[in-house]
Design a protein around this ligand. Structure first.
Ligand SMILES: Cc1cc2nc3c(=O)[nH]c(=O)nc-3n(C[C@H](O)[C@H](O)[C@H](O)COP(=O)(O)O)c2cc1C
Length: 479
């Protein structure tokens, strides 16, 4: 079941033990950023949780982070589904997007601050890589609108706070938000922008997915919920914003104004270089009563950012393969939870016709997505089980026969690729065919019947509970 709104999700996550509350006063410029790194890098995925800091110096509002994307379990809970259902949930939503619905008033505007009162320094905005990032960053849903088509775009573009009324937005050519911004500039107008904090969890899952141009992400979020996302008119622009959100920051990106953005601790695991990016002026802050600020924890992977992007984009790639390219023999896809927009590893389970078929699917993914490593295995392999994958690589994969290396892909985020004379990083990708392309013969486990008989005496011998499930069940079924 979907959660009524973001705060109900936070409460459910708390009850499920997925949130830790810190009540002593913390400095947003230091502790939250370090805490999320300790959590992500010090704990196995199954033990991760998010944070709520209730007393943040300089702000009356609490700060929450890492609750949506601490783990696969947290992401599934955010969507109100079981972890094994994530890809199917995505496939269903992408096939039947639901338009948003404009309503007259919304809780996100219970309090409206404009003019001198719209001050970012009232919000508990953290520094994500303390000691290295130059400033606090807003890491949340960023809404822009194409001035030509009227279609809105929602993505996450990190936004550096420069003072209480100004920010620098890391919005770059190739991004749909960039095209929206340019469409306003082409008319000689500033580009309206809104940062949405604490909208329905599905809005976050959809915003970080690489959807095709002109596709309003919130229509997919609505389909996931089985009901349209309610929107209200922003107070200072023509944008529409999710009505139940905790906080909306409204602004306008100024034509012909740029300022230094970064360096920032990025998803590649290294600091970005600083570069000039567009400047925006804040025009209003609206919020619910008792609002909670939420920042997506960024960025040394794995982070909340890479977990969200991996889980959302696996479903998008499944949809592209099955429903746009007609590759219905693809049955599952998993991205390694390190996907920060590129350079990650995707594992595909499929039932191929022949080796050429595997190559074709690999090439489709290489050409149409930013992932760098593509491993394709048979449909009966559990692509989320690292031990099973290592077995497949050892037993099914012959490197010189089964590896395609394809060069010539622009990979702006890949630190392993040196810039060329024109400053472009042109990298390569690898497709690994780890399907059983040569006959393997029978598997080397006793037949299922014998194993089941042994399991009966096993219990009588007082040995610990063992079940025939998962990898063992599949191998026995394979014979
Ligand atoms: C925490 C976080 C920060 C991100 N920061 C940026 C960013 O600064 N610039 C960017 O282009 N993409 C960034 N992304 C990735 C985009 O949000 C994502 O690829 C999105 O699908 C792009 O949408 P678009 O194709 O509509 O532009 C970030 C994602 C997350 C989760």
């Amino acid at each position: 079941m979907p959660h009524a709104d973001f705060r109900s999700f936070l409460q459910t996550a708390d009850e499920a033990g997925l949130v830790r509350t810190i009540r002593r006063q913390v400095d947003p410029l230091e502790e939250p950023g370090c805490y999320v790194k300790l959590m992500f890098h010090g704990l196995p995925e199954s033990e991760r949780f998010g944070f709520r800091f209730t007393d943040v110096s300089g702000s009356a509002l609490p700060l929450a982070t890492a609750v949506l994307g601490a783990s696969t379990r947290a992401y599934a809970l955010a969507l109100g589904i079981a972890p094994g259902e994530i890809n199917n949930h995505w496939l269903r939503a992408l096939q039947a997007p639901l338009p948003t619905r404009l309503i007259q008033s919304g809780q996100c505007q219970e309090n409206v601050l404009t003019g001198e009162d719209a001050r970012l320094d009232r919000l508990p905005i953290p520094v994500w890589t303390p000691g290295k990032d130059p400033a606090p960053y807003i890491t949340t849903l960023t809404v822009l609108r194409n001035a030509e088509t009227g279609i809105q775009n929602v993505a996450v573009y990190r936004t550096q706070v420069t003072d209480a009324g100004h920010v620098v937005v890391n919005i770059n050519p190739g991004r749909q938000g960039y095209d929206c911004m340019q469409s306003s500039f082409a008319r000689g107008e500033p580009a309206p922008v809104a940062w949405v904090i604490g909208a329905e969890p599905e809005c976050y899952a959809a915003a970080v997915a690489n959807l095709r141009p002109g596709f309003d992400e919130l229509t997919v979020a609505g389909a996931m919920r089985g009901a349209p996302i309610n929107m209200v008119q922003a107070k200072t622009s023509a944008l529409q914003v999710p009505a139940s959100a905790e906080i909306i920051i409204e602004g306008e990106i100024l034509p012909d104004a740029a300022a230094a953005e970064g360096p920032f601790g990025e998803s590649a695991g290294y600091m970005s270089g600083g570069a000039p990016k567009p400047v925006a002026r804040i025009t209003a802050i609206t919020h619910r009563n008792n609002a909670c600020y939420y920042g997506l924890a960024s960025q040394m992977p794995p982070s909340e950012s890479t977990v969200l992007q991996s889980l959302s984009n696996a479903g998008v790639i499944m949809h592209m393969l099955r429903h746009e390219a007609g590759e219905e023999r693809v049955v599952d896809a998993h991205i390694d939870l390190m996907f920060g927009g590129g350079a990650a590893h995707i594992i595909i389970a499929m039932d191929p016709v022949d080796r050429e078929h595997v190559r074709r699917v690999g090439r489709l993914i290489a050409d149409h997505t930013p992932v760098k490593r593509i491993t394709i295995v048979d449909a009966d392999i559990d692509i989320r089980d690292r031990l099973e994958l290592d077995w497949v690589m050892s037993s099914h994969y012959n490197p010189d026969r089964d590896t395609d290396i394809i060069s010539g892909y622009p990979t702006p985020m890949d630190h392993a690729v040196l810039p060329d004379a024109a400053g472009r990083r042109i990298g390569s990708k690898v497709v690994i065919d780890a399907t059983r392309s040569s006959p393997m013969g029978p598997g080397s486990l006793p037949p299922r019947k014998l194993m089941e008989q042994a399991l009966q005496s096993w219990g009588q011998d007082g040995l610990p509970d063992v079940h025939i499930r998962g990898r063992l069940r599949r191998r026995l079924e394979r014979g």
